[in-house]
Design a protein around this ligand. Structure first.
Ligand SMILES: *Cc1c(COP(=O)(O)O)cnc(C)c1O
Length: 817
């Protein structure tokens, strides 16, 4: 625990107060009396940022002076959430800032709540990138992030008559105190046009990208502070803007204003985050974003290389590594080839050796609809030179495969980067695999399934290239910061070393047998449930009861995640209550939250059903003491920081084989929730680490899922199981849509369809039974708390520090600097 009660603490407190006042006055032009909480937030953020700045500069100098390999994490998404809370925690300034603000009559929590989330991501993939940056800084690794500075982040979700409404997230409207613009590092990006081939005097062929349209990429740097270790890494986000070159013909024709207005087009590229999670939309603007990020970032790294090494690229691949967060930045492979050949004069073979020495790719999904493919026509129009290079990469790759497996034409078709046919497409996953030295999955099951399924040919062609790196989350944000009560209890019990080395949390395990400790454990959870109860009431008007069990499922709304299965279970409990069959029932409050992609009709209908079931349940007097339900709107990082500490039961109920890893499951485990889950993604590892007796398992496993699909008969299950039959009768009889007849027809049809991909009815009996076991154990609080403690105690594996140490050792080959 921090100690600011000494003389040094007073100095820090005085300095912070002074700097807070100075920023209010001189950075923001406000005196104390006229400053609202937003100004106080801004001043506090600037004061905190000042404390980071020297370490930021010295970290940069340390990396510049060392000969270490540098890692560049390329991601279209960084779901950072808020920065002030994180900075204060990592700098150990929480208490001094609280006291400093008290001097001005201001509460720290209120100030922290003013900061809008940096919602530059959809869900797990973007949040993973943010946790990774935190862990890289904690481990002092020379890793920087590269992303896009979207003007509008993930949409704001509100609910109207039970339906999702999307609103714009203009998170930058009041400025962003955490970013610094670096106009000296602006890069120029080409789009459209065509390529021109010329031979020089020596007969060497040159390619030039001509008649292109140019946009500028302007970098904004955000500091990523390590945990009390003097390291501050950088996240560089690119904003698109027009070049200063005018369209001269228009200008001369007198269309000055039109010519200036035209420049707005360039800014569209970084205007908005695409809100699709686990599906692709194939829009040209999205491809522009991808190439924009990749080209700006690679040019940035190369410019820095040339500054230090001149035009000698011999060691470039040894000294740099690009980690591709899914295929979204896959254009990095051909773009690095283009830059090395067309801009720096390297030959193909040298450029290819360098490229495949420094590219590494992380796969995040097995869902076919999420695998990126770009139509060759669209791609070639926007990025003509890049398409040429992809064709040549493919030609050489197929020649290599043909030489290795002569005569296997089927194999060539299967692994070709270009999927042929009338409307040929580029398979971005294959491009990424061919161009990378490492390809990793994000949980053991996911990697095994990649090897045996989607990427099996590549696993045969390059044994060992596919590897596993099970995801993790940072315990600084997801335990220390969001659950101060638990943090303090842990620290008084086992010390604080777990904050930078989560394996140390193992020392908690013996305390599960200590009744006095369990009482304290229970008190912390109770306080967090009360905090969550308030938060829910403020945001929804629904009143939870902190004496009931808190049963939570928050994540993107997607059929494979099976929020529908969860709702069916709520309907089952409601049915029991209405029939008076409440023996052995435990009072529970069910929370579901998450955003649906705006174009995902079924996911939006699931939100509507959740809201309608909640309304029905909450209006039923007989249910008041046994069952309550809420759909929590606008699920996001700062909401999860209140939700996960107050959760007792974590719902991780995806159809087995569909969830690559999951990371929400890990946050809940760290905070002492018990998991009810399928054998999917990292749930399997959670169950292994927690012990199977401390995990509520249900449902088919991935193999059984594949088997069941062949002869799935949901209607037979419904007819032969009274509980399930009654659930369907309530749903189909319109109990949850009395004034809106027929609106849930598609959901019902899906459940009853033998072709249903998600097999909700197949797992429902097992889910209901497992939930009954949950209730049985919850009635024995001593037993529940024992299991809860053991979940937290065994969560060490799920720190992103462990994940990142594995990336550093096995893929990046870098150490602390
Ligand atoms: C952790 C997190 C996710 C990922 O949740 P899963 O349950 O793994 O899908 C998504 N969104 C937010 C805001 C998160 O914090």
């Amino acid at each position: 625990m921090s100690d600011h009660s000494n003389g040094n603490g007073v100095v820090i407190l005085d300095t912070l107060s002074r700097e807070f006042r100075r920023h209010l006055l001189f950075s923001l032009g406000k005196n104390e009396a006229e400053s609202d909480s937003d100004y106080c937030y801004r001043a506090a953020a600037l004061a905190a940022r000042d404390r980071i700045t020297e370490d930021w500069i010295s970290t940069r100098e340390r990396i510049d002076q060392s000969d270490t390999r540098r890692v560049h994490y390329l991601s279209l998404e960084f779901l950072l959430g808020r920065s002030l809370n994180n900075a204060l925690l990592n700098l150990d300034l929480e208490e001094p800032m609280r006291k400093a603000l008290h001097r001005f009559g201001v509460e720290l929590e209120e100030v922290i709540d003013q900061e809008p989330d940096a919602g530059l991501g959809n869900g797990g993939l973007g949040r993973l990138a943010a946790c990774f940056l935190d862990s890289c800084a904690n481990l002092k690794l020379p890793v920087s992030g590269y992303g896009i500075r979207y003007e509008y982040g993930m949409f704001n979700q509100t609910v109207d008559n039970g339906r999702q409404i999307e609103g714009p997230d203009h998170w930058l409207r009041n400025g962003n105190p955490w970013e610094i613009e670096r106009h000296e590092d602006i890069r120029k990006i080409h789009l459209y046009g065509r390529t021109e081939r010329t031979s020089d005097a020596d007969g060497k062929l040159h390619h030039e990208w001509v008649e292109s349209q140019c946009v500028l990429a302007v970098p904004y740097d955000m500091p990523i502070p390590g945990y009390r270790n003097g390291t501050v890494n950088t996240l560089r986000l690119w904003k698109a803007t027009a070049t200063d070159e005018f369209n001269l013909s228009e200008f001369n024709a007198g269309s000055y204003t039109e010519s200036v207005a035209e420049k707005n087009n360039a800014e569209q590229i970084s205007m908005v985050l695409y809100p699709n999670d686990a599906s692709e939309n194939g829009k040209e603007l999205r491809l522009k974003q991808q190439y924009f990020l990749v080209s700006a970032s690679l040019q940035d790294v190369i410019a820095d290389w040339v500054k230090r090494n001149g035009e000698d690229f011999t060691d470039f691949g040894k000294k740099n590594c690009f980690q591709l967060n899914d295929t979204h930045p896959a254009c990095a492979v051909p773009e690095l080839m283009r830059l090395l050949m067309d801009e720096h004069g390297l030959e193909w073979d040298d450029a290819w050796a360098i490229t495949t020495e420094c590219m590494a790719y992380t796969n995040h999904t097995l869902l076919p609809e999420a695998l990126e493919r770009w139509s060759v026509g669209l791609f070639g129009n926007l990025l003509p030179r890049i398409l040429e290079i992809i064709y040549e990469i493919n030609e050489r790759f197929l020649a290599f495969v043909e030489a290795k497996y002569p005569g296997d034409k089927e194999l060539l078709n299967r692994v070709s980067i270009i999927e042929g046919g009338n409307n040929p497409h580029i398979r971005m996953a294959y491009l990424s695999i061919v161009g990378s030295f490492s390809v990793n999955g994000v949980a053991q099951l996911h990697t095994d399934l990649l090897k045996s399924g989607l990427f099996s040919d590549f696993d045969r062609i390059w044994p060992g290239k596919l590897n596993n790196k099970t995801n993790g989350v940072t315990q600084r944000r997801w335990l220390s910061h969001c659950n101060p009560g638990l943090r303090d209890l842990l620290t008084e019990t086992i010390g604080s070393s777990w904050e930078s080395d989560l394996e140390k949390i193992k020392d908690l395990a013996p305390y599960s047998e200590d009744a006095a400790f369990r009482k304290k454990w229970r008190a912390v959870k109770q306080a967090n449930k009360e905090r969550l109860t308030k938060y829910i009431a403020q945001n929804t008007g629904v009143q939870f009861d902190a004496s009931m069990m808190f049963d939570v499922q928050v994540k993107r709304i997607h059929e494979y995640k099976r929020q529908l299965l969860n709702i069916l279970h709520v309907i089952h409990l409601y049915d029991r209550i209405m029939r008076g069959d409440t023996e052995g029932m435990v009072p529970r409050c069910v929370l579901i939250g998450g955003k649906a992609a705006p174009g995902y009709h079924i996911a939006k209908l699931i939100i509507k059903l959740a809201n309608n079931v909640a309304a029905r349940v909450n209006a039923e007097p007989k249910a008041a003491d046994l069952l309550r339900m809420v759909f929590f709107p606008n699920y996001r990082v700062s909401a999860m920081e209140v939700i996960c500490p107050g959760t007792e039961l974590s719902e991780q109920i995806s159809t087995a084989g569909k969830e690559a890893s999951g990371t929400g499951n890990m946050k809940f485990m760290m905070n002492g929730a018990l998991t009810i889950g399928t054998l999917d993604g990292a749930n399997i590892e959670i169950r292994e680490k927690a012990g199977e007796e401390n995990f509520f398992l249900f449902g088919l496993d991935a193999k059984e899922v594949a088997e069941t699909r062949k002869h799935y008969d949901p209607n037979a299950i419904i007819n032969s199981d009274d509980d399930i039959r009654r659930i369907m009768e309530l749903l189909e009889g319109g109990r949850f849509n009395e004034n809106e007849p027929g609106i849930f027809g598609e959901l019902i049809g899906g459940l009853r369809n033998p072709g249903d991909q998600w097999l909700s009815i197949a797992d429902l009996r097992s889910f209901i039974d497992s939930q009954a076991q949950v209730a049985g154990i919850y009635m024995n609080p001593e037993q529940w708390d024992r299991m809860s403690i053991l979940n937290t105690a065994n969560s060490g594996w799920f720190s992103s520090d462990r994940t990142i140490q594995q990336y550093a050792d096995d893929i990046w080959n870098v150490g602390a600097i």
